[in-house]
Design a protein around this ligand. Structure first.
Ligand code: ADP
Ligand code: MG
Length: 242
C-alpha cells in the first residue's frame, strides 16, 4: 500500500504502577517496516510498553518518537496506530462490519469513505462474507481477524499487537502466524507484536526483543538470539538445551 513512515524510537522509557516498576529504562529503535516481537514471561512489562506506545499508559520518564516526532503528549486517537488488544475487545452487540467501522465513525469519517475503507480492511483479512455476523457467531480465529481488520482500517504506519494469537489453539496459532507474516509483507507497515510464546516470536519476527522484569535483556534476529544467547535466562527462555 506504499507505506510511509512507521519508525519508532523509545528512549529511557520507565513506568511505575504504584510501587511496582513495570518498565525500567527501555531504549529501543524500531525501523520502518520491521516486524519486532517483544518476548518475555508474564509480568515482564511487554503490554505496558505497547500501551505506552499506543497512548493508554503514560510513562514516568522517557521519550517515544514516531518518525522523529515526540508523541507522548498526544492522546491515543492522534497517534495513528492500529491496535489489536489482548482478548480482541470486540463489541458483542455490533456485527463484524460494525466493529471494524466503529473507529471510522468515532472520528467522523464520511459514509462513502467509511464504506470503502471497511470493504478494503475486511478484504485484507478475508472477512467480507462474514460482515453481517456477530462476534458470538464466529470462531476464535475469525474474531482475531475482526480485531485485525479494525486495526487496519485507517491504514496506519504501525500496527501494535498484544498477544494476538494466545487465545487460539495450537493448530490455528500456527496457521495465523503464517497469515500475519504474509499480511505484514503485503502491507509493508511496522508491526510490534507482544508475546510470551518463543516459537511464535521465532516464526514471525525480523527481530526479537527479550524482556524480563521490565528490562531489555537482549535484542536481535531470531537465529542470532538462538545461536548466541547473552545469558542463561535467554537460553532457557528460548528453549535451548544448554
Ligand atoms: P506482561 O504484558 O509482560 O505480562 P505487564 O506489562 O502487563 O506485563 O505488567 C508488568 C508489571 O506491571 C506486572 O508486575 C503487572 O502486575 C504490573 N501492572 C501492569 N498493569 C498494571 C496496572 N494497570 N496496575 C497495576 N499494576 C500493573
Ligand atoms: Mg501482557
Amino acid at each position: 500500500s506504499g507505506a510511509s513512515g512507521g519508525a519508532l524510537s523509545l528512549r529511557g522509557v520507565t513506568k511505575d504502577f504504584g510501587r511496582t516498576r513495570a518498565v525500567e529504562d527501555v531504549t529501543l529503535e524500531i525501523a520502518q517496516g520491521e516486524f519486532v516481537s517483544l518476548l518475555g514471561p508474564s509480568g515482564s512489562g511487554k503490554s505496558t510498553i505497547l500501551m505506552a506506545i499506543a497512548g493508554f499508559v503514560a510513562p514516568e520518564r522517557g521519550e517515544i518518537l514516531l518518525d522523529g516526532r515526540p508523541i507522548l503528549g498526544l492522546p491515543p486517537e492522534q497517534r495513528a496506530f492500529g491496535v489489536v488488544f489482548q482478548g480482541y475487545a470486540l463489541f458483542p452487540h455490533m456485527t463484524v462490519a460494525g466493529n471494524v467501522e466503529y473507529p471510522l465513525k468515532l472520528r467522523g469519517i464520511p459514509r462513502a469513505e467509511r464504506r470503502e475503507r471497511l470493504a478494503k480492511a475486511l478484504d485484507q483479512v478475508r472477512l467480507g462474507p462474514l460482515a453481517g455476523r456477530y462476534p458470538r457467531q464466529l470462531s476464535g480465529g475469525q474474531q482475531q481477524r475482526v480485531a485485525l481488520a479494525r486495526a487496519l482500517v485507517f491504514e496506519p504506519p504501525v500496527i501494535l499487537l498484544d498477544e494476538p494469537l494466545s487465545a487460539l489453539d495450537k493448530k490455528l496459532r500456527v496457521d495465523l502466524q503464517i497469515e500475519l507474516k504474509a499480511l505484514h509483507e503485503r502491507l509493508g507497515t511496522t508491526f510490534v507484536n507482544v508475546t510470551h510464546d518463543q516459537e511464535e516470536a521465532m516464526n514471525m519476527s525480523d527481530r526479537i526483543v527479550i524482556l524480563n522484569e521490565g528490562r531489555i535483556l537482549q535484542s536481535g534476529a531470531p537465529e542470532a538470539l538462538y545461536n548466541a544467547p547473552a545469558s542463561r535466562f535467554v537460553a532457557d527462555f528460548l528453549g535451548r538445551a544448554n
